[in-house]
Design a protein around this ligand. Structure first.
Ligand SMILES: CC(C)(COP(=O)(O)OP(=O)(O)OC[C@H]1O[C@@H](n2cnc3c(N)ncnc32)[C@H](O)[C@@H]1OP(=O)(O)O)[C@@H](O)C(=O)NCCC(=O)NCCS
Length: 498
């Protein structure tokens, strides 16, 4: 019997109750989903945990997978991703892979994810390091390299090893990109000169990036070819220099006016005093670099310095993520939370009025909170009807919080409602900003009082917002009936304005 994936990615011969080679791998990925499959149900596909890839085929399997565990990519996620497409179209993402990441198990997935970015008309430019490979290659040859990362002194032997090691890393990338159907080309776009004699010490073949041949890179990008840049620079006399890959990444991001500089490393992000920095404005990072530089570990310090410099040169976002996390690159680019560190160039938080097209987002964002009865259940229709009452808090265009202000003109009061902050951004003062926003709005509308109903967050409003406990007397007539009907027995809080 031949069992074929409806997506035609794989097929398994099934003879005398025995599967063909390869089935085990497929079966174990299915097993992770916690479902049992009989051989007849075993349809293989590249990403069996994603039922959408099986849509054309065995609906029963898809349904079972969906039933047991929600698919990783939900419809709302897809909508979320779609919103980025116009923003990122034709934008350059400079992606810098540490040498260790290129050797990691996840490199195949990372390159597939880069192919996905390319398919969304994002222009990736890939560059890589080679420190790990240089150290290993030198040790195989039985000598101590004079430097591995392109900062110190590169002697002639170390340069030769660096050239060979870089070519090997590049080859791995070219191979993987071919597998992902991406055209790629290795370039000599980094023009370098010798780092020179510093404090009396000649750095020999260590180079400094003089300029980036952006014309060459732009020509490749225009032709749909992904440029690959090695940690090597070349001068006009045909000499090669070892250059630091973080410095190359920065120079390329500046030269191409990249929308993002993404460092893919072996660490979770920037580590400061043993803690992961999740996101930080460049001004704050600069301050830490000036005053508490010692608290960055060595790896983080180099990334922090180059990320900060990139932001100062109008690269709006620099990311530092762990390359071993499956789908980490996509999560960093396309989700609110990200997985690593985001350094941003400007203040990018805003509260904006919700629009009709945000109804699904508001609904999805607050679903879990409604299920826990923290928020009152609302229908999509009721949100849509009163959409002008709703506001969304965005971080870098990601909706991460919301609030509503319902007006009761006859009572000269307003109801602060539907306050929600995504758990990924809790305790960052966003709830307070939303409350303050509503209070300012209500004051402008010449309302005399705000009230709110809360079952689980009343202590928050009292301690953080200065709200007072009230009675039904503080509710407008029209709201009282609804309050009684709901049976939620919420606490009534109020705050006089003005
Ligand atoms: C309540 C909520 C809006 C707070 O948002 P936030 O942005 O995390 O809060 P802030 O950053 O402004 O304030 C954080 C402070 O409030 C405190 N706090 C947060 N939730 C609290 C609660 N339910 N009760 C008491 N205190 C609370 C935190 O401990 C923190 O205190 P600290 O500054 O002394 O350390 C958010 O947790 C949320 O969305 N909850 C679920 C929905 C909900 O209950 N909404 C209210 C509907 S009436």
């Amino acid at each position: 019997m031949l069992i074929r994936c409806p997506c035609t990615v794989q097929a398994f011969a099934w003879t005398d109750g025995q599967p063909s080679p390869g089935f085990d791998r497929f079966a174990s990925s299915i097993a992770k989903l916690d479902i049992e499959l009989s051989p007849k149900e075993a349809y293989a596909c590249r990403r069996p945990e994603d039922p959408s890839t099986c849509r054309k085929g065995d609906q029963r399997l898809s349904r079972r997978i969906t039933h047991k565990r929600p698919p990783k990519v939900k419809l709302t996620d897809l909508r979320g991703i779609l919103q980025y497409i116009p923003r990122f179209r034709d934008k350059v993402f400079v992606i810098s892979l540490d040498g260790a990441v290129v050797e990691g198990e996840n490199i195949g997935n990372l390159l597939l994810d880069i192919a996905l970015l390319r398919s969304l008309n994002i222009q990736p430019v890939i560059l890589h390091g080679a420190a790990l490979q240089i150290a290993r290659s030198a040790s195989e040859k039985g000598f101590q390299p004079s430097d591995t990362c392109g900062h110190g002194i590169t002697d002639a032997d170390t340069l030769q090893v660096a050239i060979q090691a870089s070519h090997r890393v590049t080859h791995t990338l070219l191979q993987g990109l071919s597998g992902a159907d991406l055209k790629a080309a290795v370039t000599n776009a980094i023009v370098a000169h010798p780092k020179g004699i510093l404090k009396g010490v000649d750095h020999l073949f260590t180079g400094k990036v003089e300029r980036v041949d952006h014309g060459l890179l732009e020509t490749l990008i225009k032709e749909g070819i992904v440029p690959i840049i090695q940690p090597l620079g070349y001068d006009g006399e045909g000499r090669t220099f070892r250059v630091n890959s973080d410095a190359v990444a920065l120079a390329v991001a500046k030269a191409l006016k990249a929308a993002k500089l993404i460092f893919i490393t072996a660490q979770d992000g920037l580590m400061f005093d043993g803690e992961l920095i999740r996101e930080m404005a460049v001004n704050n990072l600069d301050e830490r670099l000036r005053q508490q530089r010692d608290l960055f570990d060595e790896e983080s310090l180099s990334k922090a310095l180059h990320a900060a410099e990139a932001c100062r040169w109008h690269v709006p976002r620099a990311h530092i993520i762990n390359g071993s996390i499956d789908e980490g690159l996509l999560a960093e680019v396309f989700s609110n939370e990200g997985i690593g560190t985001l350094i941003y160039a400007n203040e990018y938080q805003q509260i904006r009025p919700a629009k009709k097209k945000d109804v699904a987002t508001l609904f999805a964002m607050t679903r879990a909170s409604v299920a826990k009865e923290e928020l009152l259940r609302r229908t999509r229709a009721s949100i849509e009807k009163h959409i002008s009452d709703y506001y969304i808090f965005e971080t870098d265009h990601h909706p991460i919080g919301c609030v509503a202000l319902h007006r009761y003109e006859d009572h000269k009061s307003g109801e602060l409602a539907f306050l929600y902050v995504n758990p990924s951004h809790e305790n960052e003062g966003i709830g307070k900003k939303l409350i303050q926003f509503v209070e300012e709005k209500a004051t402008k509308l010449q309302l005399e009082q705000l009230f709110l109903l809360s079952t689980q967050a009343y202590a928050y409003f009292q301690s953080q917002g200065g709200y007072l406990e009230g009675t039904v007397e503080h509710l407008p007539e029209s709201r009282r009936a609804l309050y009684e009907q709901s049976g939620r027995k919420s606490k009534i809080l109020y705050k006089p304005l003005g």
